[in-house]
Design a protein around this ligand. Structure first.
Ligand code: TA6
Length: 297
C-alpha cells in the first residue's frame, strides 16, 4: 500500500493497482480507480482549489440535503450544508496487507480517516453556530470496492437534527445504455415535478432526460447500476435508508458553469446513498454511524 500526501490531497493505492484520491477540501474523493477504470465522474471544469464544492467525485452532504428549509436550524447554510466546502483534517491511515484482511483473500486494504468538527468551521450564519459536533469520515479502498462511512458525534449539550448523504457521481460510458435496479416499484419524490410523490415503475430505471428522484428505500436493498444490462456497480448501504438518482441532462448541464464537457451528462449518473427524507435527531453525547460500499464489477 502506498500513501502520498501534499497539503491539499491524499492518494492511496494498493499493490494490485487500485487507487483513491481525496481532496482535504470537503474530504471529497475525486478519483477511484479499480478494474482498470476510473469509476467516478469528475467534471472537466470542477473547481479543485477550494473555491467551490467539487462538481463530481463524492461530495459530502451534511447537515442538510438540498436547499435548507426556512425557520430551521439549517436556515442560512449553503445548499447541501457545509461539509463539502470545509477543509477537513487528515487523521491518518490503517492498512492491512496480511492474509488476515477482512476479505481474507490476502488482498490489501487501506482506510483513510478524515475529521471535521465545529471548531474548524468558518463562522456560519445559522443556528448551527451554537451546536457542537465531531465527524470522522472513513474512506476504505479494497481491491473490489470502495467504502465511505461517517461517525457523526454530538459533542455538545444540545440535541440537534441533521440529514446526510454521499453525493456520488458514478462514471458510465453512455447514460442511454444505463439502467438502475433495486428501486423497482418504489414511489419517489420527483424534484423535476416540484417534489411530487410519483408511483414507481415496475422495471429498472433508465435515463432519457433530466432525472432527480428521492427514493426512501430501506437500508438493505441492493442497488445495481448496469450498462447494456451488464452490472457495473453494486451499492450496499448501512443505515442510509434513502437513495437519490440524479442526472441533470443537457439543459441543466449547460446551465452549470462548472459542468464540463457540455455533453458530460452522458458519462455520469449520481446514485446517492443518504438519510435525507427525514431529519435524524442526534442527542447530546450520541453518535450516528452510517456508510456505503460501492463494488466495481
Ligand atoms: O443530487 C440531487 C441534487 O439535489 C439536485 O437537485 C441538484 O441540485 C444536485 O443535487 C447538485 O446540487 P449542487 O448544489 O451540487 O449543484
Amino acid at each position: 500500500v502506498s500513501i502520498s500526501q501534499d497539503n491539499s490531497r491524499i492518494t492511496a493505492s494498493l499493490p494490485t493497482g487500485e487507487s483513491v484520491e481525496v481532496l482535504l477540501y470537503g474530504a471529497t474523493i475525486i478519483s477511484w480507480k479499480a478494474k482498470g477504470k476510473e469509476n467516478l465522474f469528475l467534471s472537466s471544469k470542477a473547481h479543485l482549489d477550494g473555491s467551490k464544492a467539487v462538481r463530481g467525485g463524492i461530495p459530502l452532504v451534511f447537515p442538510v440535503f438540498g436547499p435548507p428549509p426556512a425557520d430551521h436550524a439549517t436556515t442560512g447554510l449553503p445548499q447541501h450544508g457545509f461539509a463539502r466546502t470545509s477543509k477537513w483534517e487528515y487523521l491518518g491511515k490503517s492498512t492491512s496487507e496480511s492474509s488476515a484482511t477482512p476479505n481474507s483473500k490476502g488482498d490489501a486494504s487501506v482506510k483513510l480517516d478524515f475529521g471535521l468538527s465545529h471548531t474548524m468551521l468558518d463562522k456560519i450564519p445559522s443556528e448551527w453556530k451554537n451546536y457542537e459536533f465531531g465527524i470522522t469520515y472513513s474512506v476504505t479502498l479494497n481491491k473490489e470496492d470502495l467504502e465511505t462511512s461517517f461517525a457523526i458525534r454530538n459533542t455538545g449539550e444540545k440535541d440537534w437534527e441533521f440529514q446526510t448523504l454521499f453525493h456520488t457521481y458514478l462514471a458510465v460510458d453512455n447514460i442511454s445504455q444505463v439502467s438502475v435496479s433495486g428501486l423497482e416499484g418504489a414511489s419517489y419524490k420527483d424534484k423535476t415535478q416540484g417534489g411530487k410523490e410519483v408511483k414507481g415503475t415496475s422495471g429498472p430505471i433508465t435515463i432519457g432526460g433530466e432525472v432527480d428522484r428521492n427514493y426512501s428505500q430501506g437500508p438493505t436493498k441492493l442497488i445495481t447500476i448496469a450498462e447494456k444490462n451488464k452490472p457495473r456497480y453494486e451499492l450496499y448501504r448501512d443505515l442510509l435508508i434513502d437513495v437519490v438518482v440524479w442526472n441533470p441532462w443537457e439543459t441543466k448541464a449547460k446551465g452549470m458553469a462548472d459542468f464540463g464537457p457540455e455533453d458530460g451528462y452522458k458519462k455520469m449518473i449520481c446514485v446517492e446513498a443518504g438519510s435525507v427524507m427525514q431529519w435524524n435527531t442526534l442527542e447530546a453525547g450520541d453518535t450516528w454511524e452510517g456508510g456505503q460500499r460501492i463494488k466495481a464489477l
